[in-house]
Design a protein around this ligand. Structure first.
Ligand code: TLP
Length: 334
């Protein structure tokens, strides 16, 4: 079975498993798990931020960031297709008591001006906007990479206006590899970032939230109240360390295979936007029927709408898998 539903489906490689099995561990809720501490320090260094917090999921990382940067009754600005608005079970409303205001972007990305126009004046009628959250790469936008100029303008513009800027960088290493810009530079003007170890980087579990030390200190308490304080989590942190050391540069292979998918699908007559990283969205008339048809041919895909299928490349998909997928899509049209 070729599984292109998401890059979350990857299994640890034998070398990653070996690194996990030999991890130094402790009790991370007491703060004495050396592997967790090492992962958090390494992540913070990569992001050029003061501190890191190992969390079970990207969702928890985003939710802790929202909780840290807002008060109940605040407004959080994000693009309409963004993950915290669409796929985090209204967590921001429940956990932080905030209102999300969605803005329309292009390919999942917000233009700085769109954000500034949405920040309302100080008036008792209005929820004050205190946080902007952007996604890089932008998942529902097609895995697109923000231009560095736009990121700098958003981050610096937030600071000028007294807002915080958070990056949902679930797939930020795809952006780093795709753009050639180092992570610390990508988030230079941002207050915090969540990035996932369990997507293209291939770890089984985990994300890291990075930000200023005082924010991460508060975030550690929020992680506890959400039930995300893990004990001998060093086994998982070791997978994350391994992923950061061995699986970042190889994301370029996923991007290349995704381009092969795109050109093959285009030749077959499908409408597919040229990918920037590791995902394509394919327009098909009966997406759910096509997903079932492809599954019978050993290709698992995900229908994100009645007429749209998402395909995501990752380290468990090789060249043969791409061929098999294209053969499946050829049969869908036959
Ligand atoms: N995204 C998943 C699904 O939930 C849609 C996927 O298969 O793409 N931010 C972004 C941009 C994401 O794409 C995801 C996961 C998350 C956050 C949440 O990460 P997890 O699944 O670790 O909570």
């Amino acid at each position: 079975m070729i599984d292109l539903r998401s890059d979350t489906v990857t299994r640890p490689t034998p070398d990653m498993l070996a690194a996990m099995m030999s991890a130094d561990i402790g009790d991370d809720v007491f703060g004495d798990d050396p592997s967790c501490n090492r992962l958090e320090a390494h992540a913070a260094e990569l992001a050029g931020m003061e501190a890191g917090l190992f969390v079970p999921s990207g969702t928890m990382g985003n939710q802790i960031a929202i909780r840290c940067w807002t008060q109940p009754g605040d407004e959080v600005l994000m693009e309409a297709g963004s993950h915290p608005f669409n796929y985090e079970a209204a967590g921001a409303a429940v956990i932080s008591g905030v209102q999300i205001k969605t803005l329309t972007g292009e390919n999942g990305q917000l233009a700085p001006q769109t954000i500034w126009e949405a920040v309302r004046v100080d008036d008792v009628h209005f929820a004050p906007a205190t946080l902007v959250s952007i996604e890089n790469t932008a998942n529902r936008g097609g895995g697109t990479i923000y231009d560095q100029d736009a990121l700098d303008a958003i981050g610096a513009g937030c600071t000028e206006r007294g807002l915080r800027a958070h990056m949902d960088g679930a797939r930020v290493f795809n952006a780093v590899v795709g753009s050639g810009v180092a992570l610390s530079r990508v988030v230079q003007e941002f207050d915090s970032i969540t990035f996932c170890l369990s997507k293209g980087l291939g770890a089984p579990v985990g994300s890291v939230l990075c930000g200023p030390a005082d924010m991460i200190h508060r975030g550690r308490r929020f992680r506890k109240f959400l039930g995300g304080g893990m004990r001998q989590a060093g086994f998982l942190a070791a997978a994350g360390i391994y992923a950061l050391e061995h699986h970042v540069e190889r994301l370029a292979d996923d991007h290349a295979r995704c381009r092969t998918l795109w050109s093959g699908l285009t030749e077959l007559g499908y409408a597919v936007r040229e990918p920037e990283t590791n995902m394509v969205y394919v327009t098909v008339p009966e997406a759910h029927a096509a997903v079932a048809f492809l599954a019978e041919r050993g290709v698992q895909t995900h229908a994100v709408a009645a007429d749209c299928i998402r395909l995501v490349t990752h380290l468990d998909v090789d060249d043969d898998g791409i061929e098999q997928t294209l053969a499946g899509f050829a049969a869908v049209r036959a």
